[in-house]
Design a protein around this ligand. Structure first.
Ligand code: COA
Length: 261
């Protein structure tokens, strides 16, 4: 990589926006100090994401783990809120990016968006006994973020991600805690609540030292690829104006009546 140094402004800036991410000087864009043109063709998208978030390029093990996390979250199945809403938005005649935005807006605490809450829970309780935490959560009637799944009793994505983390020596205390908390939940809950992909990603973000606040952003970033592919498929293969099938709708409101006015 070219050693083109960018002068750091040592003066305390009075400007309202301060950024350590990028700057554009003399028609060249610098990302975390690196000339963008040097990065192009030399670093992968995953490395670029790590560089943007953390300010440094990842080590090879960090790259492998982050890459696996992104792949694990990019797509799962059609019938989840982020995909259905994106396809609906496109079928209503919106632009491609608006449809993608609709999909991203459908990521929430119960779908793909438990990562930040789970990571915060791991960070706050890492020195606590997992069984004690499970009991506290149960008595406060709160759901454990990053646990439970509509389909799985064991989330295979978690198994694979932790295997890759182990291979790359990035399986640390947060992953361990996440797994012991899964076992603790089994004792306090009647239903098996597996450590789902959100929970696994949350533990790995902690291991990578990426701030928990990025959680929903991480999922949005990864799932954007899946959302985009579904919107493109919708554009290329489906007729406009999707509706719910009448057989899936049951009217439960007031019976027909006459307006007397
Ligand atoms: C993902 C999720 C929505 C799947 O739900 P589900 O399997 O359909 O389960 P339900 O919403 O029908 O809940 C069934 C029971 O399990 C309980 N439960 C489900 N997930 C729970 C969790 N994470 N922590 C504690 N209890 C949970 C519910 O409270 C409910 O209990 P009840 O029967 O006493 O009322 C659910 O597990 C959840 O909310 N998880 C936390 C959020 C999360 O991790 N989301 C990311 C998913 S990838």
């Amino acid at each position: 990589m070219t050693e083109k140094k960018v002068e750091k402004n040592e003066k305390v800036s009075e400007k309202p926006f301060k950024t350590a991410i990028s700057q554009h000087v003399d028609e060249t864009s610098y990302i975390r100090g690196y000339d963008l043109n040097d990065l192009i063709g030399k670093v992968t998208f995953t490395e670029q994401i790590f560089l943007l978030l953390k300010g440094e390029l990842p080590t090879e093990p960090q790259r492998k783990v982050l890459d696996a996390m992104l792949v694990a979250c990019a797509e799962h199945r059609i019938n989840v809120p982020s995909i259905v809403s994106a396809r609906y938005a496109y079928s209503a005649g919106n632009t491609f990016n608006s449809a993608m935005a609709a999909g991203i807006l459908s990521i929430g605490d119960y779908h793909g968006g438990a990562i930040d809450n789970a990571a915060k829970m791991f960070l706050d309780n890492i020195d606590k006994n997992a069984e004690q935490l499970a009991i506290e959560l149960k008595s406060s009637k709160k759901r454990a973020p990053g646990y439970g799944h509509k389909v799985y009793t064991t989330d295979p994505r978690t198994t694979k991600l932790f295997q890759i983390a182990k291979e790359n020596k990035l399986y640390g205390k947060y992953c361990e805690f996440a797994e012991s908390f899964e076992k603790a939940l089994e004792k306090t809950n009647s239903k098996k609540l597996c450590l789902n992909v959100d929970g696994a990603v949350a533990a790995l973000l902690c291991e990578l030292g990426i701030d928990y606040k990025f959680g929903k952003g991480f999922f949005a970033l990864a799932r954007s690829a899946g959302i985009a592919s579904h919107v493109l498929e919708e554009a290329l293969t489906a007729q406009p104006f999707r509706t719910l099938d009448e057989k899936d709708v049951e009217y439960i409101g007031t019976a027909k009546r006459i307006l007397r006015k």
